[in-house]
Design a protein around this ligand. Structure first.
Ligand code: C2E
Ligand code: MG
Ligand code: MG
Length: 595
């Protein structure tokens, strides 16, 4: 029964022109559990194989019509039947051509009259051989499929990687691929100690202006054109990559020294200086380039790129459209900046800020009629730090907003305390510096209102100082805020006046109360004849526009005398007093000095 089950799916085809032979073989094999199919001649046998899957054929040789050889030859010629094992049945009295039999493809032969055991053993053996062969074939096919699948997957992954590693717009390698190549260059330098390469970090100087004024489409075209110019100016083994926006980076793979890297940088700067002709526009751009020299001094590719970026920043500071080579002092500067940032974040929490006050003298009365609040940082290890060192960091990191708010709160509170204690006159004013970022802060007005309410300070006593350069961005928002401040009776001064390039008509349209002459001009006052130079011009300008003029940085009696002659309204400077902590400044005020 078991055997039946086992073989019921095995089909054996018997081909013989003698019905007795067919019957005999049929009963013999059926008993063994095989499925037996019978054909009385060659044609029928061939036809049977087209409809049924046959596993083994017992084939008589001498038959009318197609003989056994021919049937076997035809079977082997058809792909569907080529692999079916064929065993010839040959009567001993017949002339049996064994060579021919094997030539046409039989696997074995059995003599008639049959020896039953021999027949069964051969059938069983060839069936299992054939099934093993089939299995091998299936396995082969599966392996072939798997190989193909693997190849397809590798190809797809390669294509994906190609996309992932390239910038879609310019087709240049992106940051991922760039870092990979940088890593390889670095590895090479560990194996070949004399090997040098350079990284150029390039940032476009005016890209944002072009993008904003002419639109993204032109901006994109410009980036593509830039990419081509960059590639045209390096050699084939070098890598030009786009890191983001208008930032590009280049690995120069074969350079002798820093001079050859500078030469390439110069070539690139010159190439970028040529106008770009795009969509009927003629565009002029320039770029700043930072160079770092790769070699065994570096352990990490990121550091080489970082240093090139730092050098690029310095190139910008030095006036743009130039290149700068990285040296270690730049790194020290950058890391000091970083340290300051970390410390600054803590400073607010730890209440390390203090406000100093510098008297402002009204030249009409010769007396102190207000103070300017100037921020100081009482650093736990470095001592008192002047704002010049940390305000730029605070502006860059956005920390200026909370710090500025704190100064506003603190200074207003201080003045109110002095007022309540009767230590200053009602008209005494406090001037507070306001950075550009602070000025465009959305809740600036709310903040001020809140502080004025909390401290009960009269808005007339509050003056905000905003630098000329901050005002230069003539946004509607700036004008709106200025008007709102002025409607609250808060006064506005333009700080460091004279170093920016304000358009006078624009200035005239703003509700500004005073111009503060930058100390640079005040200190050069003695060098030119009175009534010439910039200070008299600024003072006259202020008067014409109905504003007051305040001179900063007055250090000598001569300067003071000149300013008096020029009819300057107020003065401030070391001649009168340094910025002082609150206790000291109020002592000074109490003494009511006169100049
Ligand atoms: P500023 O508003 O123009 O302040 C005047 C600067 O000149 C102060 O420097 C002051 O100490 C200095 N100074 C005063 N008299 C003389 C003098 O006779 N000779 C010389 N050489 N210098 C004099 P300071 O305190 O170092 O502040 C520098 C700048 O930092 C300020 O310039 C202001 O722009 C900014 N700043 C100060 N405090 C704050 C603040 O709370 N918030 C913001 N956003 N900026 C502030
Ligand atoms: Mg100021
Ligand atoms: Mg100033």
């Amino acid at each position: 029964m078991n055997q039946n089950l086992l073989f019921s799916s095995v089909n054996i085809l018997i081909v013989d022109d003698l019905p007795t032979n067919l019957r005999l073989l049929d009963s013999l094999l059926s008993q063994q559990g095989y499925n037996v199919l019978k054909a009385i001649n060659g044609e029928l046998a061939l036809r049977a194989t087209t409809t049924v899957d046959v596993d083994l054929i017992l084939l008589d040789i001498m038959m009318p019509g197609l003989n056994g050889y021919e049937v076997c030859r035809r079977l082997k010629a058809e792909p569907k039947t080529a692999n079916i094992p064929v065993i010839f049945l040959s009567a001993v009295n017949e002339s049996f051509d064994k060579v021919k039999a094997f030539e046409v493809g039989c696997i074995d032969y059995i003599n008639k009259p049959l020896i039953i055991d021999e027949l069964l053993v051969k059938v069983k053996t060839y069936l299992s051989l054939s099934s093993a062969g089939k299995e091998i074939m299936l396995l082969d096919r599966r392996i072939e499929e798997l190989t193909q699948e693997r190849d397809d997957r590798i190809e797809a992954a390669r294509k994906k990687l190609e996309i992932v590693c390239h910038d879609l717009l310019t087709g240049l390698p992106n940051r991922v691929l760039f870092m990979e190549r940088l890593e390889s260059a670095l590895q090479r330098s560990t194996i070949e100690p004399m090997y040098r390469f350079a990284v150029l970090f390039l940032d476009c100087d005016r890209f944002k202006i072009i993008n904003n004024s002419l639109g993204y489409f032109i901006g994109d075209e410009l980036l593509k054109a830039m990419a081509i110019r960059l590639q045209d100016n390096v050699s084939q083994n070098d890598t030009v990559a786009r890191l983001g926006d208008d930032e590009f980076a280049i690995i120069l793979t074969e350079i002798k020294d820093v001079t050859s890297a500078s030469e390439v940088a110069n070539k690139i700067l010159t190439a970028l200086n040529e106008p770009f002709k795009l969509q009927g526009h003629e565009l002029f751009i320039s770029a700043s380039i930072g160079i770092s020299l790769g070699g065994r001094d570096y352990q990490q590719p990121e550091h080489i790129l970082r240093d090139a970026a730092t050098a690029m920043g310095r190139a910008k500071e030095l006036g743009k459209s130039r290149y700068q080579i990285f040296d270690i002092t730049l790194h020290q500067e950058a890391s000091r900046f970083l340290n300051i940032e970390t410390d600054l974040r803590q400073a607010l929490k730890k209440q390390e800020f203090v406000v100093y006050y510098q008297p402002i003298i009204c030249l009409n009365t010769g007396q102190i009629d207000g103070v300017e609040a100037l921020l100081r940082w009482q650093h736990p290890t470095r001592g008192l730090i002047a704002p010049g060192e940390f305000i730029p960091v605070a502006e860059e990191t956005g920390l200026i907003a909370p710090i500025g708010n704190w100064v506003l709160q603190e200074a207003c509170h201080q003045l109110r305390q002095w007022q309540v204690a009767g230590m200053v006159k009602e008209s005494f004013t406090i001037s507070i510096n306001c950075s550009r970022q602070q000025f465009i802060q959305r809740d600036l007005l709310e903040r001020i209102d809140q502080i004025l309410m909390q401290t009960q300070l009269n808005p007339l006593c509050l003056k905000l100082e905003i630098t000329e350069s901050a005002l230069m961005e003539k946004s509607q928002a700036t004008v709106k805020i200025l008007k709102q401040l002025s409607s609250r009776k808060i006064q506005l001064s333009i700080d460091d006046f004279g170093i920016g390039y304000s358009s006078l008509s624009y200035l005239h349209s703003l509700p500004v109360n005073a111009l503060k002459v930058d100390k640079f001009f005040v200190q050069n006052l003695d060098e030119v004849p009175i009534n010439t130079g910039i200070v008299p011009a600024i003072i006259r300008l202020a008067k014409t526009m109905g504003m007051r003029a305040i001179a900063e940085g007055v250090e000598t009696i001569e300067q003071l005398e000149r300013l008096r002659m020029l009819d300057c309204d107020c003065c401030q400077g070391y001649l009168f007093s340094q910025p002082l902590p609150p206790e000291e400044v109020i002592e000074l005020i109490a003494r009511e000095p006169r100049w």
